[in-house]
Ligand binder design. Structure first.
Ligand SMILES: [Zn+2]
Length: 270
């Protein structure tokens, strides 16, 4: 499943082709993904110039000179393919650019989404309105977390997965950041000290930035040899490593919190 770093890498890869370009042709090849494509999607994008791209949480935004933005979510299995040899049955939306590139949004399981939002309505758009600060932005601070956690007895792991507290942070990155900050994932959020939160915030950023860097810094790196954007191999200290030795020698433990696996070290994390 694409996490924030894959979405960021995908957006950067798309930007290297789309930014400043005109969309010359749009083909919508089925009616819906998770929900219907906007009925005027092809009309709204054909002939539009892409003024820039950005990311909010795990959404990619393609901004146009028509004061409307195409917002995509990759769901469980979505990916953009650049200049594919042929269009396949899971390529549900295909954009062609004025300079001859073809971009195909491929989504075998169709949990993704595509929406068109007026620029002046973006902040208030329902999926964005309740989101907390971006983990890589200046809004995420130890003080922000301390305020959000006051009096809360829920486990810090679960609080960090709450999109209203931090936007777009996934299970893998919460496990890794808590390990690096030496905070036990089952600690009641309200009992975590401010110094511990001050260790945590830079580790959240570092683990995300390292994964984004692993996704490449040039288009040649972003796209795998088959032209597919956004998925790359990553190495983690605890995630997916139950039973492997932590740096301290103790085997990495796994518990289930909120229906999802948490990996941690019971010696290093308190
Ligand atoms: Zn350890």
């Amino acid at each position: 499943m694409p996490e924030l770093p894959e979405v960021e890498t995908t957006v950067r890869g798309l930007a290297s082709i789309l930014a400043g370009e005109t969309i010359s042709r749009v083909s919508v090849r089925r009616a819906d993904l998770r929900r219907p494509f906007p009925p005027d999607l092809a009309q709204a994008l054909t002939g539009a110039r892409v003024s820039g791209l950005s990311r909010r949480a795990k959404y990619g935004l393609i901004h146009t000179d028509r004061a409307r933005t195409m917002v995509f979510h990759l769901g469980m299995s979505g990916r953009w393919r650049i200049d594919p040899d042929e269009i396949g049955k899971h390529d549900h939306l295909v954009l062609e650019t004025g300079n001859g590139h073809v971009l195909a949004l491929n989504d075998a399981r169709r949990f993704g989404s595509v929406d068109l939002v007026d620029d002046d309505a973006l902040d208030a758009w329902a999926p964005f309105a309740a989101l907390g600060p971006e983990p890589l932005g200046s809004g995420l601070t130890a003080q922000h977390l301390a305020r959000a956690f006051v009096g809360r007895i829920a486990a810090i792991k679960l609080m960090l997965l709450d999109q209203r507290i931090v936007a777009g942070l996934g299970n893998i990155y919460v496990c890794e950041a808590l390990h690096r900050a030496r905070i036990h994932p089952e600690r009641e959020a309200g009992t975590v000290s401010l110094p511990a939160l001050k260790r945590l915030v830079p580790e959240i950023r570092a683990v995300l930035e390292e994964s984004i860097a692993a996704g490449g810094s040039t288009l040649r790196d972003y796209a795998r040899p088959d032209g597919e954007l956004g998925y790359f191999a990553k190495d983690f200290l605890v995630y997916g490593r139950e039973g492997d030795p932590c740096a301290c020698g103790r085997p990495v433990a796994r518990v289930v919190q909120g229906g999802r696996s948490t990996f941690f070290c019971s010696v290093c994390q308190k």
